[in-house]
Design a protein around this ligand. Structure first.
Ligand SMILES: Cc1cc2nc3c(=O)[nH]c(=O)nc-3n(C[C@H](O)[C@H](O)[C@H](O)COP(=O)(O)O)c2cc1C
Length: 256
C-alpha cells in the first residue's frame, strides 16, 4: 500500500508508484523565489534522455532559458496567447466562442460555461500565465525530425511520440527532486516570434514550454481520473476491461 503524504516528504522520492501518482501540473505551488542549480536541470535532462525515440534518432533539442530578459519576452508571448485564446473565448458572450475552446479544454458546457473543476484549473492557468517568466528556468523541448507533413500516418505519431516520453520523464525526475513544472503549449501561438528570438532553425518544432521551479511543499495527491474499466477495452472496442481501480483507493482517494 502506498501512503498518502500529509506533510513534507524526504527527498529524493524513491517510491516509483508515489512519483507516478503525484506528478501534477504545478501552477499555484511553483516557488518563483528559490533559485535552481543548473546542474539539477542537467541531471533531469540526462534522465529524460533515457526515454525512447523512433529509430533511436534522438533528434530532440532542449533550450534551457535562464536569462531574465529572454524569459520575460517568452512569458509575454505566453500571456498574450492565454488572453487571446483562452480567456477571451471563455469570457466573451457568445456560446460560439465557448464551443471554439471546447476542443482544447475539458469541462466546457454547450453554453460556454465551464465546470467547477475546470474553472479552478483555469484560475491556476491564469496565475501561471501571469507569472511564468518568474520561474528560474523555462525549458523548451524541440523536435528536429521527422517532418509530420511528410511520410505516412506514423510520422505524426513518431514526431510527438519521440519527444513526449522524454518530456514526461523530465517531469518525473524533477518531481523526485522536489521540483515541478506544468506542461504548456500556448506559446505555440507565437512559435515564429519565439523561434526568431531563440534562433531556432526552420523545420524544428517547438513542442512544449516548461516553467521549472522548486515546488512549495513536496506532498501532492493523486488526481481524480476516469476508472480504467471506462477507458480500456478487452479484445475489441466496447468490451470494458474487467478491472476495478484499486491503487487510488489504496492511496486514500483522489483529490477533486
Ligand atoms: C499536451 C498538453 C498541453 C498542455 N498545455 C497547457 C497550457 O498551455 N497551459 C496550462 O496551464 N496547462 C497546460 N497543460 C496542463 C493540463 O491542463 C494538465 O495536465 C491537466 O489539467 C491535468 O492536470 P494534472 O496534470 O495535474 O493531472 C497541458 C497538458 C498537456 C498534456
Amino acid at each position: 500500500m502506498i501512503p498518502v503524504p500529509a506533510h513534507e516528504l524526504p527527498l529524493p522520492l524513491t517510491d516509483l508508484n508515489q512519483v507516478l501518482t503525484t506528478t501534477r501540473a504545478v501552477r499555484w505551488r511553483l516557488d518563483y523565489e528559490r533559485p535552481v542549480d543548473l546542474a539539477i536541470i542537467g541531471e533531469c535532462l540526462q534522465l529524460a534522455m533515457q526515454a525512447p525515440t523512433g529509430g533511436d534518432a534522438q533528434d530532440w533539442r532542449w533550450i534551457v532559458i535562464g536569462d531574465a530578459e529572454i524569459k520575460a519576452k517568452v512569458a509575454g508571448y505566453y500571456l498574450d496567447a492565454f488572453r487571446e485564446h483562452v480567456h477571451k473565448p471563455l469570457t466573451g458572450d457568445s456560446a460560439a466562442a465557448g464551443r471554439d475552446i471546447d476542443g482544447r479544454l475539458g469541462g466546457v458546457r454547450e453554453d460556454g460555461q465551464v465546470t467547477k473543476r475546470t474553472d479552478r484549473m483555469l484560475r491556476g492557468a491564469y496565475d501561471l500565465a501571469s507569472n511564468i517568466g518568474r520561474a528560474p528556468y523555462l525549458v523548451l523541448p524541440c523536435a528536429t525530425r521527422p517532418n509530420p507533413a511528410e511520410g505516412g500516418a506514423g510520422q505524426v505519431s513518431a514526431v510527438y511520440g519521440s519527444i513526449y516520453p522524454a518530456i514526461w520523464q523530465f517531469n518525473l525526475a524533477l518531481r523526485a527532486r522536489g521540483l515541478g513544472t506544468c506542461l504548456t503549449t500556448l506559446h505555440l501561438y507565437h512559435a515564429l516570434e519565439i523561434a526568431a528570438l531563440l534562433g531556432i532553425p526552420r523545420g524544428t518544432m517547438q513542442i512544449t514550454l516548461l516553467p521549472v521551479a522548486y515546488t512549495l511543499g513536496t506532498a501532492f495527491k493523486p488526481a481524480a481520473r476516469k476508472p480504467v474499466h471506462d477507458i480500456a477495452f478487452l479484445n475489441a472496442w466496447g468490451t470494458p476491461l474487467p478491472y476495478l481501480d484499486r491503487l487510488i483507493t489504496q492511496l486514500g482517494g483522489a483529490v477533486e
